[in-house]
Structure formats: C-alpha cells, structure tokens
Design a protein around this ligand. Structure first.
Ligand code: GLC
Length: 609
C-alpha cells in the first residue's frame, strides 16, 4: 500500500484530477490503517480508545504505559502558565510519551474551542452561538471557525469539540447559548459552515478536527426528567422518530456530508434510553445509514450513567458504537478512572462481551482520522506564530460578529443611536464593566468568571473610546449617582454558567437588576437597556419602562462591537434566532407551535432605517 501512496504523490502534478488523488490517498490510508491495526495488541487497541483529561493523569508516563490515544483539556484544564507557548510545551510533552510506545502512534489532543480558543488567556472570545444564530451569516461563521482554528493550531492542539448543533427548544436549558437557533435549518447551515472553517473542505494536515455535538436531541428534553440539578441537560426526549430525524438528526446528517471528522454523543435519553448506549441511533443510523466514518466520542464520563456497574457501561456503550471514551478521570479515588476503563474493556473483549471486530472498527476510525490530519507525519508541534492568538485581525472579526449579532427589540422616539458629542451618558450595572460576564461560560474556566479574566474591551471602555470626550461617559455600578446625566444605559443580565449548572426553573431578571432599573426609573431620565444573557429572559416590565432595549447575548471580548452600533456607526441587522417568551408559562415556545403568542417572534429585530 505504501507504494500506492508514493505513486499518488509522484503523479500529483500529472493529469489525474485531484479528486482521484484524494481517492487514491484515502485508499492508501485505509491500507496503512488496516495493516497497523492487525499488528496491534488488544492493550494497544483499547488504549487508543481512551481519552483522558490531562489534569487526571497519575503521571504523564501513563500515556506510554496504557498506550493512551487521546488527551483532552476540559473547561479550565489549562497549563500552569496559561499562554500559547505553554500549551505547545504541554502538548509536546504528552506527545513525546506517546511516541515512546512500540508502534509510536501519536495521540490526538481535544479541547472545547466553542467561541474562540476560549480556554486560552488572551485568545479572541467570539460571541457564543446564540448570537451567531441571530447574525445568521454562514460566511462569517466559517471565518470565525477558521480564525479559531488558527489560534488552536498556534497552541499545538488538534481537535475542537465544536460546533454544537443542538436545536435548542427549551430556553430553561443551561446550554441554550451554545445552540445557534431553535430552527433546524439555521443550525444546520451554520454548523456546516463552522465545520468547514475548522477542517477545510476535506480533512488535511492543516485541519483542526471538528466535532458535531451532542448526538442527539439535546435542548429538547422534557423539563425535570434529568438527574438531580441537571433538570434538562440529562433529560428525556420523547419525540417520534420522524421529528427526531427531520429536526435534530438533520444537522448531523449534513455535517457528515460535509466530512465532519468526529461526533460527540449526548447525555440525554430518547424515549427513556440513554444516547450513550443507543445502538440503533449510533450504530445503525449514524454509522450505517448516514455513513459516518469518523470518530464517535463519548461525552465527559457520559458512559457512566448507563448503569450502576461500570463494566456494563463499557460493554453497552462500545457495542452501541462509541469509539472513544472520554473517561476523563477524577480527583475522587472512588470514581472510575482510565486504568479501570482499560482493564474492564480488555476483560470484556477477552470474555466475548465486546467483539474484536467492534474494537478494530473503533481503532481504525481513530487511526484514519489521525492519519488524515497529519499526526503521523508531524506529531511534535513547532507552531510558527503564536501571536495569532488574540490578534488584531481576529479581534476585528469578533467585533464585526458582535455588531451583527445584536438584536434591537425597542427604540422609542429614536433615542438610539446615542450622540457621540455633548451627551452625558451614565452606564449602570455590573455587566457594563465585566469581561467575564460579557463572555459567559466556557471562558478561561468551565463556568466562566467575573472581571478581567482575559484581555478584552468592556462595554464601558467601548463607550469611552467611541465618544469625542470620554469624560461624558460615567459609570455608577449600582446606579447610586445618576446626577448630571442626559441618558442612562443599564447593562443587566445573567452571570456566567455552563451546561446543567445553567438549567433554570425561572428566567426572570434578578432582584438586583430589578432594583437597579427601579432606581433608574426614579431618576425620570431616558434609559436604554442592554441585556447580556445566554437566552431570552422574562423582561416585560423593564421593556415597557425603557426607551430602548437590545439583546447583546454573550458577545465575548470585543465590546466595541456594541458601541459601533449603539452610536450609529453601524445599523442593527440581527434577527431573533430564538422565540422570546412573554412568561415562564409559555416555555418551551418555538415558532410552529400550535399556540404561538410570544413577546417577540422568531425572526424579529428592529433597525434604525
Ligand atoms: C462537557 C460537555 C461537552 C464537552 C466535554 C469536554 O461535559 O458536555 O460539550 O465537549 O465535556 O469538555
């Protein structure tokens, strides 16, 4: 097979069309992979199927000892000094261990680069997906993914667990902001664009492996059917198969057609059966019917919820079609770790509970992807320009996407755009001067953070730089001093959260924000509200009392995108990708519902024109 591969290289410039070269090179990869798999021991095979968060490695030599195939950094799993060069060193240190194994199979390193390379200090934090859904510009989404991929590559990493192609239906879900839209077509189009941005049109040595997630139905579970505080995230989807396919499997189908290299399984269930053990949906639908030939990876310890007995979890999940287990490890010695997974998986194969063909299929998929993205050719990384991380060019791209993600819900008496000259503007609210709040979850830390957690431009700083005389921009965080103001801008909303931690019974504004608005109202000054949130919230009273109201979602580090529009340099173009409810009683509410009477309909958005 090697000869064939060489032949294809030699005739690269000849008359044979590129697509045929591609076919030849794929078949040569298949040949190399099957040759490699046939030479592997069972221990080496199971090792390839094991993915561990680097924080939970007992020692990095365990990579060699257990033939580990993958390392990940979960949210906040950063090197001691969180800068690009440290990430490269961290990566290479682990890769060197993998190359000490008998077969020198390189590991693949995954991370959640879901709104930029968001674990990395100084990276460009783009708007979260809900804002990109309101922007609804597939070319820009592709550019954002490509820029993110550049920053991921600059830190040496290979794989991002993005795009999330959930079609969120219940705004109470803590991951609503990770979904582009309640509309499956928008999710599909932007998810595919994102995959192209990360991977390119075909997987190649410059690709960052994308991961369409979470398969399938997350964001549309029945409230309260989840486990303990994860009321929705771990819940049950009760749709019939036709709707599951047409609305929720569709983004995955199109991502597969676009060549997405990995798919992550979801924590939720379908009709009472956990997705991590769902052989019909993973093996029969995703792999056989839709032809997915990449890696099916579990979510974080996702297999553990299948049964009380860990070995049973392993057998069910691998036989269902999961190829790589995100183990990922734990500081709790009672929790199952990678050595348990490996031992029990080997036992299960030896006793015949997991067929060797299934193991060989899983390992072949993993190795094929590693070869396609060039890991065997250049496993040790020497990135050329780490200064691409948080570069001016990327921040400008993020600023543009912030502008286009904003949705204007109200603008009475044309109070907007604000005047740049001679207008005394006082901003109030903690969210006005807080990079952590405006970036949301999955920023430096898993749950995000507060304050200057990474370099960026707060809304307050953006306002100051937008006007001719910055002394006209004042800040009174608690609204205690509104004197000598012509207009107030109240920046309110949600504090950061991720995943099920953000599952909520209520989406009402906080008492803190309500009190702040009451203070502003008592001043009798005109006021504008900027809502920083991962989803629509219940805003009726505040909306009525305000003169203007805009949804900024979770814009990320580039607050200038907000001042660009508020001061009229650019117009509002964003349209709601999620229906805006009037009350909690209406939720979940989505266009197409039989009774549909929201505060703002799907697709709503005002502009200055
Ligand atoms: C989390 C999330 C998933 C993420 C993974 C790795 O639990 O569900 O979206 O990619 O773990 O951080």
């Amino acid at each position: 097979m090697k000869k064939l591969c060489l032949l294809s290289n030699k005739i690269t410039k000849s008359i044979i069309p590129i697509f045929l070269i591609h076919i030849i090179s794929c078949s040569s990869i298949d040949g190399e992979v099957s040759e490699l798999v046939s030479s592997m021991t069972l221990e080496e095979k199971i090792g390839q199927m094991t993915q561990v968060d680097y924080r939970y490695l007992a020692d990095k030599s365990d990579i060699k000892k257990y033939f580990l195939g993958s390392i990940l950094s979960g949210g906040g799993s950063t090197p001691p000094t969180n800068q690009p060069s440290s990430w490269v060193d961290l990566y290479n240190g682990f890769q060197e261990e993998a190359l000490k194994t008998r077969l020198k199979i390189p590991l693949i390193y995954g991370i959640d680069a879901v709104h930029g390379h968001n674990n990395v200090l100084g990276a460009t934090m783009f708007p979260h997906n809900i804002g990109l859904g309101c922007m609804n510009d597939k070319a820009l989404v592709q550019d954002i993914a490509a820029a993110t991929a550049e920053e991921v590559k600059a830190t040496g990493l290979d794989w991002t667990f993005a795009p999330c192609v959930a079609v969120a239906q219940d705004e109470r879900w803590g991951r609503t902001y990770e979904s582009y839209s309640e509309d499956s077509d928008i999710v599909t189009e932007l998810g595919v664009a994102s995959t192209i941005g990360f991977q390119g049109r075909t997987l190649n040595k410059n690709s960052v492996l994308a991961c369409a997630k979470h398969f399938v139905g997350d964001g549309n579970t029945i409230f309260g059917t989840g486990t303990n505080w994860y009321k929705i995230d771990r819940g049950d989807v009760v749709l019939d198969e036709e709707e599951l396919r047409s609305k929720y499997i569709k983004p995955f189908k199109e991502s597969i057609n676009m060549g997405v290299g990995s798919i992550m399984v979801s924590y939720n269930s379908w009709k009472g059966q956990k997705l991590h053990g769902h052989k019909y949906l993973i093996n029969d639908v995703l792999k056989k019917e839709l032809g997915f030939d990449g890696i099916v990876v579990s979510d974080w310890a996702g297999i553990n919820e299948l049964d009380k007995d860990y070995k049973t979890c392993i057998i069910q999940s691998i036989n269902a079609g999961i190829d790589m287990n995100m183990v990922p490890g734990s500081l709790n010695p009672d929790d199952n770790s990678y050595d348990d997974f490996i031992r029990l998986a080997i036992e299960s194969v030896k006793e015949g509970s997991i067929p060797m063909e299934r193991i060989d299929d899983a390992v072949s998929r993993i190795l094929r992807i590693k070869k396609k993205i060039g890991l065997f050719d250049s496993p040790i990384k020497k990135p050329k320009n780490t200064d691409v991380v948080g570069s001016k060019k990327h921040r400008e791209l993020a600023r543009k996407s912030v502008r286009k993600s904003l949705v204007l819900l109200k603008n009475e008496n044309q109070i907007l755009p604000l005047q740049k000259n001679n207008s005394k503007i006082t901003l109030v609210g903690e969210h006005a001067d807080n990079i952590g709040y405006q970036s949301g979850g999955w920023t430096i830390h898993w749950q995000g953070g507060s304050g200057d957690i990474t370099p960026g431009t707060t809304i307050l700083d953006a306002f100051k730089s937008a006007v001719s005389d910055s002394s006209n921009i004042r800040y009174s965080k608690d609204g205690g001093d509104l004197s000598n103001s012509d207009i107030i801008v109240a920046v309110i909303g949600e504090k950061p959260y991720s995943e099920g931690v953000g599952d909520r019974d209520s989406l009402h504004l906080s008492n803190e924000d309500i009190k702040l608005i009451e203070k502003v109202k008592r001043s009798k000054l005109p006021f504008v509200v900027i809502l920083i949130s991962g989803r629509p919230m219940i805003i009726n009273e505040v909306l009525d009392e305000s003169d203007a109201f805009l949804a900024a979602w979770l814009p990320g580090t580039e607050g200038l995108g907000i001042s660009d529009v508020i001061f009229g340099d650019f117009d509002f173009t964003g349209k709601l990708s999620m229906t805006w409810p009037k009350s909690m009683k209406q939720i979940p509410i989505n266009y197409g519902d039989s009774s549909y009477d929201p505060l703002f309909k799907f697709g709503f958005g005002l502009s200055y024109e």
